[in-house]
Structure formats: structure tokens, C-alpha cells
Design a protein around this ligand. Structure first.
Ligand code: CO
Length: 164
């Protein structure tokens, strides 16, 4: 599977809820994990490989923690979010070389399904919270450049060679 790069229109499409939790879903998830690891990303959403399912994978390996787990989020949503915001220099495999400061909720309470359809909840903080919000945006057809300030957006488009 090949990565989809901005401004491919697929990245602006809202994804569909997953309703079938079968072998096909499992192999798709495994494929997404291999692509993410091969590309050295910490998150990968289904539209980034051309799909339109509400799925993303996320690595637990951050600058603060390395336990080599990969989380799978199917039909994810945010139940509660902190009023406080944090931001880091955020990147995306679909926009190589672009790093943007995007305010994200510091802590979020999330719900999702695992690969067997079981409903799960989690509380995410810090970089995991940021990553979840970035990937959830992908599932809603929102790209992180869309959230940047006008100046940052202009700089980002220039880096990608699509500046106007
Ligand atoms: Co991304």
C-alpha cells in the first residue's frame, strides 16, 4: 500500500463507520501497522493509504516512552476533553518536512472499538492525546495544515512545493 500525500482529495473525505470486524479488517490493520513502522510514523489513519474507513493506528513509542506497543482505534471518538491545551511541533506522513504548532486538548477521554468490535475507553495525555486528535481529524477529512495559522499554512504549502 502506498502513502497518500497532501493535497490528495482523499485526505478531505470523511470516513465511514466500520461495521464488519472480520479477517479483512484484521489484515487491513496489520497492513496499516507495517506501513506506519516502515515510514517511521507514530500514527497512520486509513485515508493516508487511500481508504475511507474510520480506523487509525498509533505507536506508543514517543520520546518519553518506548514499549513497542501499537494501538488500534476503530470508530474512535472523544467523550470528554480538557479545557487546557498543549502543542508540540506536529508532523504528518502525508506532508513530509512540514511541522506545525497546533493547539490540542491536553487530556482526552476516548471511546473506540478494538479489532473484534469490543467497545473500549481510555484516557490519553500528552503526546498520545495530541496524536489521537491529529489522527481523528484525518478520519473527519481535516488535515493539520487546515488548522494552522495563515502564515504557518503559507510556509507549509511552500515546503510542499504547492505554495500560491
Ligand atoms: Co497525519
Amino acid at each position: 500500500m502506498k502513502l497518500v500525500y497532501y493535497p490528495n482529495a482523499i485526505l478531505s473525505v470523511k470516513t465511514q463507520e466500520v461495521t464488519v470486524f472480520d479477517e479483512n479488517l484484521h489484515s487491513l490493520l496489520d497492513e496499516m501497522k507495517s506501513v506506519m513502522l516502515a515510514e517511521k510514523g507514530i500514527g497512520l489513519a486509513n485515508p493516508q493509504i487511500g481508504g475511507n474507513s474510520a480506523i487509525f493506528v498509533m505507536s506508543s513509542n514517543t520520546p518519553f516512552k518506548k514499549n513497542n506497543e501499537i494501538y488500534e482505534f476503530i470508530n474512535p471518538k472523544i467523550l470528554e476533553k480538557s479545557k487546557g491545551y498543549i502543542q508540540i511541533s506536529e508532523g504528518c506522513l502525508s506532508a513530509p518536512g512540514v511541522f506545525l504548532m497546533i493547539p490540542r486538548h491536553e487530556e482526552i477521554h476516548v471511546q473506540y472499538q478494538d479489532r473484534y468490535g469490543n467497545i473500549k475507553q481510555a484516557i490519553l495525555m500528552g503526546i498520545e492525546s495530541i496524536c489521537f486528535q491529529h489522527e481523528l481529524d484525518h478520519l473527519n477529512g481535516v488535515f493539520f495544515i487546515d488548522r494552522a495559522s495563515r502564515n504557518e499554512r503559507r510556509a507549509a504549502l511552500k515546503i510542499l512545493g504547492i505554495g500560491k
